[in-house]
Ligand binder design. Structure first.
Ligand SMILES: [Zn+2]
Length: 293
């Protein structure tokens, strides 16, 4: 009996942590959108938005109960309570996608760490590395979301944010390679080649398209963004899926509207980020999902 009780407490605790991570993701999604706007105001040298969230149309301060990530957008159906002007879909998408990503990645990374804590505690270095990969990956997702929202709204990828994403992506990569060197059957040389393949496939393809199309199909920022995604993936196979999925999403979502409006300029950044999040989540969770079925 005592054993069952312990299992129950563990399950409850893990469920609680996953719910908390979902909420944390939603909060960071909302934060990312806010940062995109702040950065835009900064770039345009406009007056600061101030400390409080305000409606961008009527400048009324948004009450706390209208500022709850995901929930408020659904309750207000994407409109301001006062002036009824639209609140961008980007806000909602960024909140819900980060919430799901935080939840799923916690399940794939954090839960196994917590479950094997006692064993991992014998190798503190490995434990620290695994926690490091998890936390820095989440940080990367937040920066990527700021970039995706910015690109979707204004068709640009701010260089400072790109560099930040590449640096954080490189940190994830270094941690992963270090972790590989500590595991018993870890093949570091294989890992390096795999990472090289990922960079070539993702950043290389984007760079070639950018040069060949003379910046028409892809901007200079896209291949740098692709570099920030290739490093943490560290797998040519996942990189291939990312570029494939990004193109697929782009074609399905952009082409119909582009043909209708005659607007040929495609902003690829949001699709790259969306594909990366999907591949990262599925790449880590699919084996777990299959095991659970
Ligand atoms: Zn308003």
């Amino acid at each position: 009996m005592w054993y069952d009780k312990r299992v129950m407490v563990d399950t409850l605790l893990i469920s609680l942590i996953l719910v908390m991570m979902f909420i944390l993701g939603a909060v960071f999604g909302s934060f990312a959108c806010c940062q995109a706007w702040r950065w835009r105001y900064h770039v345009l040298h406009k007056k600061e938005l101030g400390q409080w969230s305000v409606c961008l149309h009527c400048k009324k301060r948004i009450k706390w109960y209208d500022n709850i990530p995901i929930v408020s957008w659904l309750v207000l159906r994407g409109k301001c309570r006062y002036c009824h002007k639209k609140i961008g879909l980007a806000d909602f998408l960024s909140e819900i996608s980060l919430a799901i990503a935080f939840f799923m990645l916690s399940w794939a990374y954090l839960v196994p760490i917590l479950e094997n804590w006692n064993i991992l505690a014998l190798k503190p270095e490995l434990l620290a590395l695994q926690l490091g990969v998890f936390i820095v990956t989440l940080m990367l997702l937040v920066v990527l979301m700021v970039l995706a929202v910015y690109d979707a709204k204004w068709g640009e990828l701010p260089t400072v944010l790109l560099i930040l994403a590449i640096v954080i992506g490189a940190i994830v990569w270094v941690l992963k390679m270090y972790e590989l060197s500590l595991t018993d059957d870890g093949d570091v040389i294989g890992g390096l080649w795999n990472s090289f393949g990922a960079v070539m496939i993702l950043a290389g393809t984007c760079f070639v398209i950018y040069k060949a199309s003379k910046e028409k199909l892809m901007g200079s920022g896209d291949w740098l963004l692709a570099l920030a995604l290739a490093l943490p993936l560290a797998s040519w196979w996942l990189a291939l899926w990312t570029i494939f999925l990004a193109n697929l999403l782009g074609d399905v979502i952009v082409l119909p509207t582009a043909l209708k409006s005659g607007n040929k300029k495609v902003h690829f950044g949001p699709f790259l980020v969306a594909a990366f999040v999907i591949v990262l989540v599925l790449g880590n969770c699919l084996p777990l999902l299959l095991k659970a079925l």
